[in-house]
Design a protein around this ligand. Structure first.
Ligand code: C5P
Length: 227
């Protein structure tokens, strides 16, 4: 089986590669976000691929359609397994990104970010979005589905409603994962990996719970046992 765990390598390239050598590509995939990519660039993706990992490039592209088209084209050339764009970039931007993938000979998965798991109703209101978080996530997920994306990134709180409302192959990628006893850090809409998967998540993105653990490989195994 391919593991549902995606480890968020939120650190510099040396630490990320050291950690990647400790864990097993059969037991997890890895996520390269803005911190690691800003320092390590395409080379870090190449090295992670060489170590056998599927790489999710999490740069949440959010720009005018033409710029996103170019960014997605460049991402495809790096040989990533999955990439994301921010669904607040609008329908046209989503459509253009999907078109680029459709034309590629090797097609990475394309998912849309809905509402960051660090935000809640109050935080959305502060930026002028007067919707309930759940309604806003559903609206954005429907937009992504209509524009042909493979799925969305959403919090554990929206999994049940999205599993019910979206088509059955629509991928749900869920960060905000914490074990029962863990610290929430800056995440607000959280759950355990087992609960997220039982509610329909295809993939769980886990950062600090694994990367700050003194035995990351052991922690991955332990989480895999619970799912
Ligand atoms: O350390 P932690 O498990 O909180 O890391 C969660 C990861 O998921 C981070 O890399 C963060 O950038 C990412 N993420 C998120 N919420 C989203 C999209 C990505 O927390 N909506």
């Amino acid at each position: 089986m391919k593991s549902p765990i995606i480890v968020a390598l939120d650190m510099g390239p040396n630490n990320a590669l050291d950690l990647a050598k400790e864990i097993d590509p059969q037991e997890c995939r890895v996520k390269v976000g803005s911190q690691l990519f800003t320092i390590g660039g395409p080379l870090v993706i190449e090295k992670l691929n060489d170590l056998g990992f599927d790489v999710f490039l999490d740069l949440k592209f959010h720009d005018i359609p033409n710029t996103v088209r170019k960014a997605v084209e460049a991402t495809i050339k790096m040989g990533v397994w999955m990439l994301n764009i921010h669904s607040l970039g609008g329908k046209e931007m989503l459509r253009v990104a999907h078109e680029v993938i459709e034309k590629a000979s090797i097609k990475p998965l394309l998912v849309g970010v809905t509402v960051l798991t660090s935000l809640n109703d109050k935080a959305l209101k502060e930026v002028g979005l007067d919707h309930k978080t759940k309604d806003h996530v559903l609206l954005l997920a429907k937009l992504c589905e209509t524009e042909g994306l493979d799925g969305v990134v959403c919090s554990p709180n929206e999994l049940s409603i999205l599993r019910e409302k979206m088509h059955k192959n629509f991928l749900l990628v869920t960060p905000g994962i914490r074990s029962e006893e863990a610290n929430k850090d800056d995440q607000k809409r959280i759950s355990t990996a087992a609960s997220a998967i039982s509610k329909g998540a295809n993939f769980v993105v886990i950062g600090r719970e694994i990367t700050s653990h003194n035995d990351p490989k052991g922690k991955i195994k332990q989480i895999l046992e619970t799912v």
